[in-house]
Design a protein around this ligand. Sequence first.
Ligand SMILES: C=C(O[C@@H]1C=C(C(=O)O)C=C[C@H]1O)C(=O)O
Length: 247
Amino acid sequence: MNKIRISAVSYTNTKPFLYGLQHSAIKDQIDLSLDMPADCAQKLIDDKADIGLIPVAAALSLPQWQIVSAYCIGAEGPVNSVFIFSNCDIKDVKRLQLDPESRSSNNLARVLLKNYWKIQPELITGAADYAQSTDHETAFVQIGDRTFGKTEQYKYVYDLSGEWKKFTGLPFIFAAWIANKPIPAGFIKEFDSALRHGLAHRHELLETLPRRADFDLEDYLMHKLDFDLTEDKRKALYLFLDYINAL
Ligand SMILES: C=C(O[C@@H]1C=C(C(=O)O)C=C[C@H]1O)C(=O)O
């Protein structure tokens, strides 16, 4: 049988899943690559992968898609790795530089700007150094490990799943395990139990990861991130996609 091609996110948030896949027999049935989220999505769109841990916003670019796991990258409130960093209050922001590695959080920022903060800053993609706030009224979106320890560096810091929770009362789902074609049921079952195994062994995983003084990795992997694709997260997913379609 051909191996199932899997594209997973290359950030710390995905390490519990990788631990599970690497410590299960399924590792021999998969061809695993680690990519930044925007590339996970592109691989699924280009049919260079069969299953991806893809930004949910990118599902809108797939002619056919199906969630194949009970697990996801989500949060019940603030996630501590998806931010708008700003030198001024969000209401005064004139320009917002988007993160080229993101699809979900850039769209989440756009949804919140329009519907929650009710402001219309200019959106900038492809800024030469997007993670530099070049002037007082230019802010930027940033996701993943590059944000660790950065919350002290900016006067105004907005945790986007925390803001979404204030706006909707719902948790948020950033990325889900999505397939672009039918996948055999037996594989899906084994895949999901490997992911579950990884989540159940987060403490063992934590012992292998370098700690840093400016970021609470244990709190992040055990509490801030929420990996269960609950009914409320599904509700949030469809609400989020509706908001994106209405942008
Ligand atoms: C919580 C996070 O979730 C992510 C955010 C994504 C996005 O914005 O497109 C995609 C995948 C996840 O890695 C994070 O990266 O910090």
